[in-house]
Design a protein. Sequence first.
Length: 111
Amino acid sequence: MGMEVFDAVAQPTRREILRLLSRGELSAGEIASHFAVTQPAISQHLKVLKDVGLVNERRDGARRLLSVRAEGLEDLHRFLEEVLPPALERLKQAAEEEERSGRNARRAKRN
C-alpha cells in the first residue's frame, strides 16, 4: 500500500467524506451539500479518494454515485493492525515506567 492513501486520509475534508460514505452511497452533490466549499473542491477531494482506491464511483443515468471501497479500507486497516500493537505496547511500557518512577519519587520524599 502506497503512502498516497495516508496522504489522502490526512486531509480532514476527505476523512469526513469517508465518514459520510460509510453510511451509504451518495452523489457528489449530496456530499458537497455537507461542506462550506465549492462543488469543484469536493470533486477534487473525491478524485483523490478514487485515485488511491478508497472510493468507488458508479453511474446511474446522469448521476455519479459514490461509495466507500471496502478493499481500500481493508488495506489501510491491515497496515494499522501491523503498526499499532507494537506502538501501543511501547506506550503502555512508558506509562508503567512513568508510574513506577513517580511512586519511587513520592517514596523518596517521605523518607
